[in-house]
Write a protein that binds this ligand. Structure first.
Ligand code: MLT
Length: 265
């Protein structure tokens, strides 16, 4: 479905009924990242394609992580959803922190998957700007080839080439402008430790044991910062743990939602 969400033109999917859960994908991916999570029954699942990714067009201006958060909140306004659980993978997690900073009253709980609360180091920021130049010059394929080997474990890539191709196709479908905007936005994102510390709602942290981008140490640090967090480490999973080990991840998320969704906000 397509909707005008504030300044943004967003494609999204809307499945099920019950307490809303908003699923925010990572970079450079799309809402298809969460295909396996459709199976978590008993909730209303909202799956937006962020501006410039999947089927959502890129806005004609610079973006910040706060702008992506505004786009997601405007989508909820358009759907007349006041509050929800927010689940984010990697860049989606950065956006969950921005949502919690902008509109804490709209957050019933947060599910942080393969992400981290820190900002970029100077070195990482320089790497982003190099990638911006490379993508502007040669297209999104540069980022796809750089990131693809880190998304799934080597074992899964060898045993399930179809899943690896699904990830590659999803990444390659991102628009050049969308990828450049997101790289610049991530480069200047703020540190979110204070947001995490101040979150009063329950937090679930999920991390692939073999995630080379946001390793388990990031999950452990986030757990120690949060007031009310549970940490689940997923064996045999790299950066896209929810795609690589959907049963284990869905079970952890379903348990978390069952335990916390009935609590009044
Ligand atoms: C992602 O998966 O969203 C990216 O790895 C995040 C990042 O590059 O920091």
């Amino acid at each position: 479905m397509r909707i005008k969400a504030g300044d943004f033109d967003l494609h999204y999917d809307d499945h099920g009924a019950g307490t809303p859960v908003v699923w925010i994908h990572g970079f450079p991916l799309s809402s298809k990242l969460f295909t396996a999570q459709h199976a978590i029954g008993g909730y209303r699942h909202i799956f937006p394609d962020l501006p410039g990714f999947g089927e959502s067009p890129a806005p004609e201006r610079e973006m910040t992580i706060d702008d992506y958060a505004r786009a997601v909140l405007a989508l909820l306004d358009a759907l007349r959803i006041n509050s929800a659980f927010f689940a984010g993978v990697s860049m989606g997690g950065y956006i969950c922190f921005a949502i919690a900073r902008q509109a804490p009253h709209r957050v019933k709980g947060v599910i942080l998957i393969d992400t981290k609360e820190t900002s970029d180091s100077d070195e990482a920021r320089q790497g982003r700007y190099k990638s911006v130049d490379a993508v502007a010059d040669k297209g999104v394929g540069v980022v796809v080839e750089q990131m693809l080997p880190k998304m799934l474990t080597e074992k899964t890539r060898a045993a399930n080439s179809e899943l690896n191709e699904t990830v590659r196709t999803m990444m390659a479908g991102s628009s050049r402008e969308g990828v450049i905007q997101a790289l610049r936005a991530m480069a200047v994102r703020p540190d979110s430790a204070a947001v995490l510390r101040e979150l009063e709602v329950p937090v679930l942290i999920v991390v692939g044991e073999n995630d080379p981008i946001t390793p388990p140490a990031d999950g452990e640090r986030m757990k120690s910062l949060a007031r009310n967090a549970e940490l689940v480490k997923v064996p045999n999973a790299a950066h896209l743990s929810n795609m690589e080990q959907p049963e284990a991840v869905n079970e952890a998320i379903a348990r978390f939602l069952e335990r916390t969704a009935a609590d009044p906000l």
